[in-house]
Ligand binder design. Structure first.
Ligand code: F6P
Length: 506
């Protein structure tokens, strides 16, 4: 470790006087706050595959999780919650606006999702992104023990790997990008493209959802940093550090080069958790009750998404509306349930989308509802895990029509829940999940006519054919769960670091 490493950090300040061997750095902490009727609040583990996959790694590796607690201007000391040692990073209201809503979700999110919405480029947002990334890097450097492994998550924190390497060259650093990585022609728009790539190339291993994302990243590094990859690996030198990081270069001189690997590590879900919930008597009973509450339709179509313009919700509703208009579906027999959980509600493009979607739903329901039946059951809420699994069980045709999606875990959850082999999955070819769920009914959601045909084909598909497809998809999902994902990534990261250390010694 270099003399100046952790100069600005104090390894006893994680709140319990201990440096941690495994540190996850993510925009959000893995806990949500619930407030009861008396106004007292408590923490609960957040739902989702990433959190349940990393919980055992945390417990067995003396881990810590660095992240934001989700409210502005809140100063929290490090604390423990179930297996997690949590290190909160504070964000001011202005930083939430500029770093989270601004640069992360008004610049990077649309840029990385095929510019479906136009990205905005503001220098004030970029400056906030740099400042906040530095704060996360400092918190991780403080929390990590000598030689620890740090795993940085997602597009909000792309500068952290390089910042961390500068502060603590002794660390093994991984980065996983949960969203798509754009092709060079689109990434080229970003005024700070070099700095972002320099940030990411500070890691030992950068993981992506799809081979195409890893290839796009490699092309961007070649184009903008002049560094080429061979078989997924490249030699990075500290000299590529840009002034954007305001580093002196002192630390860099101690650590002149390292091998960076960039490759696909498609994420998955907590299969056992979903299977277990789907097998419960109460869940099955709730599924039957949901169908009754929907008026016992012949076909339940279901969409489950964050209310996000990348998800193709408008395309899905348009196709369903035209099928009603054409007389190919009718509200007495076919219902669309759309769960659209609230998301990023202060970002302009999300406000616009909500108005559009709710306008379409109101229009169609006004036109086609009968006293007894609703065309679209639109639910603008988040639901607990058990209700979602019951909803999957109650569904005949799952519609995943994203215009671009890093993975789409809803598709995998649906497959894992359908233990009896029933259910049809209509899946956009623009999702990472389409690489793995090849027996789904694959669709280009921009092609409304084709989407309509495929929705009808799903409804009419003979049971034998549907079960054959579902069995094949279940084999894939059941053997590639989120545990296998984290193991594959962390094993490759450890092997790479051993090679990097050996290379430095020889
Ligand atoms: O898909 C990327 C992602 O950051 C997920 O990790 C997360 O569940 C989702 O978007 C919601 O993000 P936010 O933190 O903005 O609510």
């Amino acid at each position: 470790m270099s003399q100046s490493a952790s100069a600005s950090t104090d390894q006893t300040s994680t709140g319990d006087g201990q440096g941690r061997d495994f540190v996850v750095v993510a925009n959000r902490l893995p806990v949500d706050r619930a407030v009861d009727e008396n106004g007292s609040s408590s923490w609960h583990r957040s739902p989702g595959g990433l959190v349940s996959a990393l919980a055992p790694v945390m417990a067995s590796n003396d881990g810590a999780w660095v992240g934001w607690a989700g409210s502005p201007d809140e100063q929290l000391e490090p604390f423990d919650h179930d297996v997690f040692h949590l290190v909160p990073v504070e964000l001011s209201a202005r930083e939430v606006e500029r770093y989270y809503e601004g640069f992360s979700n008004g610049t990077l999110w649309p840029l990385y999702h095929d510019v479906i919405a136009p990205p905005s480029y503001h220098r004030t947002w970029w400056n906030a992104y740099k400042d906040v990334n530095r704060r996360f890097a400092e918190a991780a450097a403080t929390a990590a023990s000598e030689g620890a492994t740090v795993w940085v998550q997602d597009y909000q924190l792309q500068l952290v790997p390089r910042m961390l390497r500068q502060m603590r060259p002794d660390l093994t650093i991984g980065f996983f990008d949960h969203i798509p990585f754009p092709p060079v022609e689109i990434f080229a728009q970003l005024p700070w493209r070099r700095s972002v790539l320099e940030g990411l190339t500070g890691a030992d291993l950068v993981g992506f959802q799809r081979p195409g994302d890893a290839q796009n990243f490699q092309n961007c590094v070649r184009r903008f940093l002049g560094v080429s990859f061979r078989r997924g690996e490249a030699e990075i030198t500290a000299q590529t550090t840009s002034t954007a990081f305001d580093f002196t270069g002192e630390d860099a001189a101690d650590d002149p080069s390292w091998t960076l690997k960039a490759g696909p590590y498609p994420i998955s879900i907590d299969v056992e958790g979903i299977k277990g919930m789907a097998a419960r008597k109460e869940t099955k009973e709730r599924a039957r009750q949901i169908r009754r509450e929907l008026g016992d339709p012949e076909t339940v179509f279901l969409g489950v998404d964050r209310l996000d313009y990348t998800k193709g919700i408008r395309h899905r509703i348009k196709a369903y509306g035209e099928l009603l208009a054409d007389g190919d579906l009718d509200v007495d027999h076919d219902i669309l349930v759309q769960v659209a959980s609230p998301s990023r509600e202060r970002v302009e493009s999300y406000k616009v989308l909500r108005e559009q979607v709710e306008g379409m739903v109101g229009h169609l329901n006004g036109q086609y509802d009968t006293m007894g039946h609703t065309a679209i059951r639109y639910l603008h809420h988040g639901y607990p895990f058990e209700e979602m699994v019951a909803l999957y069980l109650a569904t005949d045709v799952m519609l995943v029509t994203s215009l671009r999606d890093g993975m789409n875990l809803v598709a995998k959850e649906f497959v894992a829940a359908k233990a009896d082999g029933s259910g049809r999955l209509v899946l956009s070819e623009f999702t990472g999940a389409a690489d793995q769920l090849k027996q789904a009914i694959l669709v280009n959601p921009h092609d409304i006519d084709d989407l309509k045909l495929l929705m009808l084909a799903a409804k009419a598909m003979p049971d034998d054919e549907a079960r054959k497809r579902m069995r094949a998809m279940r084999r894939q999902v059941l053997t590639h769960d989120v545990d296998a994902w984290q193991e594959a990534f962390l094993n490759d990261l450890a092997a790479l670091r051993r090679r990097n250390d050996d290379a430095q010694e020889s």
